[in-house]
Design a protein around this ligand. Structure first.
Ligand code: FE2
Length: 253
């Protein structure tokens, strides 16, 4: 069987077993396109020590207007394939919800799908902070959800106003940083902010945000590095990835 890590002498695994952010569901966004892509990516997750994956496909206005039906269909297809292949990996699905006009419409209809334990992964715009961010995060919490802000280190408008990140985090919102950002995959800015977040205790979860096998390779190489060893030590006892479990309860709208 093809194994992208075969040539590595040392297999380094992550200090948690749940990936809370990835694009492995086939054919619903610009992540995995086929079942074969998905299975290869799940095998890459397993190589890193992950045995529970929360599938968080994009739900974004205009580009990826997924619905509860498209996500359920993608999940069923992948779950069947994983069972046929007998991969020892637990799958759940939710989504990565961009805060935009499509979200506003879908949320009003009660179409959001929370993660196990009622966590929900929210994505800010990359251009500017959404005006309704504070109100929305508050509303989600009032409704019983535990909002996670996806990769805060990637929103460049926070890089020179990091106190704003502290302020959002102080309200109880969880922060999920991308391993790809730590690896430097998105350049200097996101890595620098991610390191600052670790230093200041603002990282609650790490995610692969894996869209393809190239991402898997970058992450795998990174977690074999000395830098990762140093960061992992600082994160010890802080990561809540494996807390994403338990029953979900849909909010009353
Ligand atoms: Fe993502």
């Amino acid at each position: 069987m093809f194994n992208i890590f075969r040539k590595k002498k040392h297999i380094t695994t992550l200090p948690f077993h749940t990936d809370v952010h990835c694009h492995i569901m086939p054919g619903v966004d610009h992540g995995a396109q086929t079942i074969e892509d998905s299975l290869a990516m799940l095998r890459a997750e397993m190589e890193m020590g992950i045995n529970r994956v929360i599938l968080t496909s994009h739900v974004t206005a205009e580009t990826f207007e997924n619905t509860p039906e498209t996500l359920a269909a993608g999940f069923d297809t992948l779950k069947r394939a994983v069972e046929e292949e007998q991969l020892p990996i637990e799958l759940h699905y939710s989504a990565e919800y961009r805060i935009d006009e499509y979200w506003n419409k879908e949320y009003a209809l009660g179409h959001e799908i929370p993660m196990p334990g009622n966590f929900i992964l929210m994505e800010n715009s990359f251009q500017q902070e959404m005006l309704q961010l504070d109100d929305l995060l508050f509303d989600l919490r009032v409704k019983g959800y535990k909002p996670i802000l996806a990769h805060p280190e990637r929103y460049s408008y926070y890089s020179d106003r990091k106190q704003r990140l502290q302020q959002i985090h102080d309200t109880g919102v969880k922060f999920q940083v991308n391993l790809l950002s730590l690896a430097g995959y998105f350049g200097h800015g996101p890595r620098e902010t991610a390191l600052w977040m670790i230093q200041n205790g603002l990282v609650d979860m790490l995610g692969t945000d894996m869209h393809n096998l190239e991402h898997a390779k970058v992450i795998h190489d990174y977690i074999a590095s000395h830098d990762w060893e140093r960061q992992a030590k600082k994160l010890e006892g802080h990561l809540l990835n494996d807390w994403v479990k338990g029953p979900t309860q849909k909010a009353q709208h």
